[in-house]
Write a protein that binds this ligand. Structure first.
Ligand code: ATP
Length: 547
């Protein structure tokens, strides 16, 4: 098998010209997928022991570059070198594993195996039959070495996101890899877990491990990285020390425009004269939430936030019919909604954006067009027959309105970048003009500019009379709301009107008085805790699967 380094690259910078101390160098990388050019003569040079951020808008080419740096894809042209040496042949997976590891947002750990089995997957555990007790002991010692407090005998599927990431990092280090890619590692961690991750990242960097960190939260880039590379439209734009690129300049490099981010104009207040579109009374679900009474009026946007175990995700999933509560009532307008049934919730006029687009959101093999128009397919022709042209016209409008980057409406939805797939989920939820819209983390994985357009679409739906319940940990999302409910240990514990301070939200989420929250926590507020999976509130928890 030919090494990818041996592919000639006309016009690309000569490989091997990186300064000494370069751990990773990709140059002149071009990668096409059919009609889409995912990377065009792009590259990255990462100094050994540095923590290097890779940022860019959705579809800019970040994941494609990662797949080339990890040997999962062969570039059409270009070279990759590790420590000045050509990358191994693509088929030599063991050689790649010794050089680089990637902790993906979606786990590469096998849930039905134990932690120990996962750790020793793909490597010799010694000669002769596998000794389970020995395997477990070796795994325990390995986890101890890397300071990971996880039971080696636990089933990997029972780990939460943080534990799973730590096991993946320990596995990478134990295989000899000194270069670790973290692909949006903070997206599903809560604030305290993010702090622990950053502490660990600093320690790894201090011990000489090189890290590539991908995030759509730019403040994290400033907090934990020393260097940043920006990709835009498949091209390399800049690589600089983070101290030399201000926030506005970074956004400009990512978007290609010097326009600042939007301040939301205030919305006319919803009065008690406006009809109540969504009402819950005495809603309760064991181990998740209890006594939830809430009202959302037509045209109102209500945010719901809280820590990973607050019950907020379970509540939203109950409203969408994914979970059946133990008691209580949900009404849309005056009508009670049959509980625990997705079709009943849809029929009652509840649109839903789930937390896990891979599991509950999209049909991977169907096209962008089919996914986006699924709930309104009946509108494209008489008696359920679909007139393809009408469907395509509607899909093209959605692609333009939500700025979905796709080669065509007919492209399979799983060819889209993560953030663009998220836009399809939202477009579909809004396609039915729902009376009530329930969203969980709608801007997760979405870039700064697209975040604005998605929240703009939600606000436009509310302006048209839709009642919105927006469950999120992102202050940017909550700022787009008219009021914010905070959940704590399964109950609504606080309500914040329009003019809240970041620290107030953090305090309420943590269940302490606002004046006890200092400036440091206010900074942490920017990421007050994504949905760390827990037995009570995680979509990833066993009971979270859509029943
Ligand atoms: N397997 C594939 N088939 C077809 N197109 C693809 C494939 N993988 C990626 N692409 C396209 O390549 C482009 C770059 O995608 P990539 O996933 O690298 O973006 P990204 O910067 O990681 O985006 P995000 O922030 O949304 O994750 C996108 O237009 C995407 O649709």
């Amino acid at each position: 098998m030919m090494s990818i380094d041996s592919i000639a690259v006309p016009g690309a910078p000569a490989p091997g010209t990186a300064p000494p101390g370069t751990a990773v160098e990709a140059t002149g990388v071009t990668k096409r997928f059919g009609a889409t050019t995912a990377l065009a003569d792009a590259g990255i040079t990462i100094a050994a022991g540095s923590t290097h951020a890779l940022v860019g808008r959705n579809g800019a080419g970040k994941s494609t570059l990662v797949s080339i740096l990890t040997g999962l894809h062969r570039p059409d042209t270009g070279t990759v070198r590790f420590d000045g040496e050509p990358a191994p042949a693509l088929a030599d997976r063991d050689a790649w594993r010794r050089r680089v590891a990637c902790v993906y947002q979606r786990s590469t750990i096998i849930p039905t195996l134990t932690v120990a089995e996962n750790l020793f997957l793909n490597r010799q555990a010694g000669r002769g039959p596998i000794g389970w007790a020995r395997l477990r002991r070796r795994a325990g010692a390995l986890l101890d070495d890397y300071g990971v407090a996880v039971d080696p005998g636990a089933l990997a599927g029972e780990l939460n996101v943080e534990q799973r990431q730590l096991v993946e990092i320990a596995r990478a280090l134990s295989l000899g890899s000194r270069f670790i890619i973290l692909d949006e590692p903070t997206a599903r961690l809560d604030a305290t877990a993010i702090d622990r991750l950053f502490t660990r990242m600093r320690a790894l960097a201090a011990s000489g491990v090189t890290l590539l960190f991908i995030s759509h939260h730019l403040h994290e880039v400033y907090e934990v990285c020393d260097t940043v590379t920006v990709l835009r439209d498949a091209r390399w734009i800049l690589t600089r020390p983070v101290t030399e690129v201000g926030h506005a300049a970074l956004v400009e490099a990512m978007t290609g425009e010097a326009v600042g981010l939007t301040e939301w104009p205030s919305r006319p207040p919803v009065t008690s004269q406006t009809s109540v579109a969504l009402r819950t009374t005495g809603l309760r679900l064991a181990d998740a939430y209890t006594d939830v009474d809430l009202e959302v009026r037509a045209g109102e946007i209500v945010g719901v936030t809280g820590s990973g175990s607050s019950g907020k995700v379970s509540l939203a999933e109950t409203l969408s019919g994914l979970r059946r509560p133990d008691g209580g009532e949900i009404r849309v307008g005056a009508q009670p909604v049959r509980l625990g049934s997705v079709p009943a919730a849809l029929a009652a006029g509840i649109g839903f954006v789930p937390q896990d687009r891979h599991r509950e959101g999209l049909v991977p093999l169907l096209s962008v067009e089919e996914n986006a128009t699924l709930p309104i397919a009946g509108r494209f022709g008489p008696a359920g027959a679909i007139v393809p042209k009408r469907r395509t016209t509607v899909a093209e409008e959605m692609i333009a309105r939500y700025d979905i980057k796709t080669s065509s409406p007919y492209a399979p939805v799983n060819s889209l970048s993560g953030g663009n797939a998220q836009k399809v989920v939202l477009a579909r939820a809004l396609s039915t003009d729902p009376r009530v819209l329930v969203l969980i983390g709608p801007t997760a994985g979405v870039d700064v500019r697209s975040k604005e357009s998605l929240l703009g679409a939600v606000r436009a739906a509310a302006d048209g009379g839709t009642a919105v319940l927006l469950v999120s940990d992102e202050l940017d999302d909550l700022r787009a709301c008219d009021r914010v409910l905070v959940m704590f240990h399964g109950r609504i514990s606080a309500e914040l009107g329009r003019d809240w301070e970041d620290a107030e939200v953090v305090a309420a989420v943590e269940g302490v008085a606002a004046d006890r929250i200092g400036a440091a926590e206010a900074v942490a507020a920017e990421r007050i805790g994504a949905t760390q999976e827990s037995a009570t509130d995680g979509v990833g928890a066993p009971e979270g699967a859509g029943q």
